[in-house]
Design a protein around this ligand. Sequence first.
Ligand SMILES: Nc1ncnc2c1ncn2[C@@H]1O[C@H](COP(=O)(O)OP(=O)(O)OP(=O)(O)O)[C@@H](O)[C@H]1O
Length: 267
Amino acid sequence: MPIRIRIRGLKKSFGKHVVLNGVDLDVPDGASLVILGGSGTGKSVLLRCILGLILPDEGTIEIDGENVLTATPERRSEILKKIGMLFQNAALFDSMSVLDNVLFGLRAKAPETWNQPHQQQTAEATNLLAQVGLGAAVGGLMPAELSGGMQKRVGLARSIAGRPPIQFFDEPTTGLDPIMSAVINRLIVDCVKRLGATAITITHDMTSAQTIGTIAAMLYEGKIIWHGKASDLMHSGNAVVNQFVHGWLEGPIKIAYPLPEASQQAG
Ligand SMILES: Nc1ncnc2c1ncn2[C@@H]1O[C@H](COP(=O)(O)OP(=O)(O)OP(=O)(O)O)[C@@H](O)[C@H]1O
């Protein structure tokens, strides 16, 4: 299977705070990779580096064999058009209707859309909403009128607009109830399958990880310390992964705040 995204030696610090400290990662074509890691370990920073939103200090990021970091700005923008992104909070434009939000994604990923008759553009955006289970009437609403789950669906419609072959999903089920989470997981799986896309998902949600992911990787102390099949997550044999997926307090991952018992002992 050809490698679609290849990352080598990726480093990023903010001042003295080392976040990524030599990330190596391969994402094969057609794979759906889930990246796990504790809060603040740098999962979003990693995705943002790939998207060109954060400039890493060292390392290489190749997409389809092209180094994004050394490409000309024009070439980089072409390469990055291959990526659709569902941001953590859906990141819809508050002052634009749902339909305009989706049209924005469509025009960004497929600029030829601008030249199409308005009716055709609207039909395409409405079709994208239908693909995430939203009726045409939703297109006329403003983001503030939508529930969190609906906002995520609109974000998903925008992310698949223009059929980008690579899809990123940053914590797609955070803040949603278990049933809406299941709906979003199912929609993501369906959309990725329909597009034949390669996907990277960041999640803390184990059900989501195992539903969406075919492969998984654990980010810890700035490096990928385990990768394997998503179906092996619960029995990886890795102490860090075990602690994380089971939510154990004891283990190699140090809890960064005093727990009530520890404070009592200290007092
Ligand atoms: N632009 C920035 N400037 C300074 N520090 C930053 C910046 N972006 C991220 N960081 C820091 O980098 C670290 C990693 O952040 P990141 O958002 O990638 O974590 P995460 O693993 O995605 O966490 P979570 O699961 O809580 O979303 C954090 O300590 C964060 O404060």
